[in-house]
Ligand binder design. Structure first.
Ligand code: FAD
Length: 487
């Protein structure tokens, strides 16, 4: 009988894929074929607000994966699930039609996805001739498993990070990788012809790009597939990682790896990336050696930590803040401010530069994400969840854990002028993304409405700030204090 690997949107690769590898082993033992499937759900894309860039990236990555697997006589059937709720029925029906004895998949940690897997497990339990295995693949350390001395899971990053480093040092095989599947005999082609014939769906109507030009630009910036992701990592090691510790917050230098879409859709394996990074670091463990390497690995550990947070505070994947008291904040209904924020016309150059980068590249540098998020939820006092959703609708790298943690409300309010002076000291990032300010000299570029004469400013065609910084920051802090106290 045959064995199925069910690909999800977080493991679209054949390289070092734990679920796929286990399925291949099982098929080999039993002498059946290895079959794979992906459930395409336009309604899920609507629900999560998946951006056109990410939707298209996923489909392009599936196209590449399908042809790679076909070379090995492994079919990848793309099944469309019309309704959000009937996914597990579709899987069971697929299993029945294709004589599947065993289903493999990799775990997703959000509540809806966990419920879906529990539902599948129940259906499988009701049948005597089929079994299910859901494996941990997304991270090096299983989310929820790194605990304090007292036994509860770590909730503080620094402690989590120190333990993560200690464990990976003690057990270097945690970043061992598994090989891609060997493939089926040629006879599988004929036996499963219908599955090989399944085609890659087109983008749903609501996920279309504004124009073909826009789509082509995004595809050029973010080439699909594992090979492109691994090449990006190799280039990053060669050209940028050495200066990462010093430059990582300087957006104008484009100092980071830009691997986030490849991580969020599982196009690359975190173990393989770390293994290659360690090799580059001359075999030293992930806590020592080159400062750039240590600093970059720390970000990867942040990604792991945020998955742990999703597991231990599941309400964060249900539109609630980690600190539930922030759910009691009375937010403002500032439609004009919202529109200005989305369009990058708030009158604060650093904020506007970040938003325009997002609207153009489907990506924003981390420092800008921190500032634009803080500006919306504090200075405009707009419900942070609306901003979180806007990020989902525009980012190519949308990742529930990283996004919700990045948006988690707090009392911290960034001053975007000071931030710009520190992290974009020459104003290059601002001038690149806000062309109205391209000719503004010196430090005036950080706050032209205050640092230029009235007439000179008016000539720019750039808006005045929507709110005054000090006043709006004080308003937010007072509101948080009052509403959290009554929570
Ligand atoms: P690099 O600096 O090269 O880092 C390597 C990898 O480490 C990244 O690809 C990412 O997987 C991980 N990483 C880096 N920084 C962080 C971080 N702060 N938190 C968690 N993981 C990190 N990241 C997403 O992948 N998807 C999101 O939807 C997302 N939304 C965010 C929203 C806000 C408000 C904030 C403040 C941050 C968000 N981040 C998100 C985290 C971070 O901004 C991006 O991961 C990073 O900018 C991606 O660029 P890079 O791949 O060049 O990162």
């Amino acid at each position: 009988r045959n064995v199925l690997h069910w690909f999800r949107s977080k493991d679209i690769r054949q390289e070092d894929n734990k679920g796929l590898h286990a399925a291949a082993q099982k098929a080999k033992e039993g002498g059946g074929s290895l079959i794979s499937m992906y459930l395409f759900s336009p309604k899920d894309m609507e629900w999560h607000g998946t951006s056109p860039a990410r939707s298209d990236f996923i489909l392009e990555c599936l196209r590449i994966l399908k042809s790679q697997l076909e070379e090995k006589n492994i079919p990848l059937a793309i099944i469309t699930a019309e309704e959000r709720g009937n996914k597990t029925d579709k899987v069971m029906q697929f299993a029945k039609e294709n004589d599947i004895s065993h289903i493999f998949a990799n775990m997703e940690y959000e509540v809806d996805e966990l419920r879906r897997d529990v539902d599948l497990a129940k259906k499988v339990q009701g049948q005597s001739d089929i079994s299910l295995d859901v494996l941990h693949d997304q991270t090096v350390i299983v989310p929820g498993s790194l605990c304090t001395g007292a036994g509860g899971p770590h909730k503080v990053f620094t402690r989590y990070y120190n333990d993560w480093l200690a464990i990976t040092k003690k057990k270097p095989n945690l970043i061992d990788t598994c090989p891609p599947p060997e493939g089926n005999d040629k006879s599988a082609k004929q036996a499963h012809q219908k599955l090989f014939d399944s085609t890659i769906p087109t983008l749903p109507e609501s996920k279309q790009f504004g124009s073909d030009k826009e789509r082509d630009q995004i595809r050029k910036l973010w080439p699909a597939g594992n090979k492109a992701g691994m090449q990006r990592h190799a280039d990053f090691l060669k050209h940028k990682i050495a200066n990462y510790a010093a430059n990582r917050s300087e957006a104008a230098l484009d100092p980071s790896s830009r691997l986030s879409p490849y991580f969020s859709s599982g196009i690359v394996s975190v173990r393989e990336i770390l293994r290659n990074t360690q090799k580059f670091n001359q075999g030293k463990d992930l806590a020592s050696g080159d400062a750039g390497v240590v600093s970059w690995v720390r970000e990867i550990v942040f990604r792991e930590f945020y998955r742990q947070v999703t597991v231990i505070t599941p309400h964060t994947s249900m539109n609630l803040p980690q600190n539930l008291k922030f759910d009691f904040v009375h937010w403002e209904d500032d439609e004009e401010g919202w529109k200005k924020w989305c369009e990058g016309r708030t009158g604060i150059p650093f904020i506007d530069a970040g938003m325009r980068q997002l609207n153009t590249e489907a990506y924003m540098h981390n420092r800008l994400r921190m500032n634009t998020a803080s500006y919306l939820r504090a200075n405009f006092l707009i419900d942070y969840r609306i901003g979180e959703r806007y990020f989902a609708e525009h980012l190519i790298d949308w990742d529930m854990s990283n996004n919700t943690q990045g948006w988690e409300p707090s009392y911290t309010v960034f001053n975007p002028v000071i931030q710009a002076e520190k992290h974009d000291p020459n104003g290059d990032f601002i001038r690149k993304w806000v062309p109205e300010l391209a000719g503004v000299k010196g430090k005036a570029v950080f706050m032209p409405s205050e640092r230029l004469g009235k007439r000179e400013f008016e000539k720019l065609g750039y808006p005045l700030p929507h709110v005054e910084f000090k006043e709006s920051s004080a308003r937010a802090k007072a509101r948080y204090k009052q509403d959290l106290a009554s929570a």
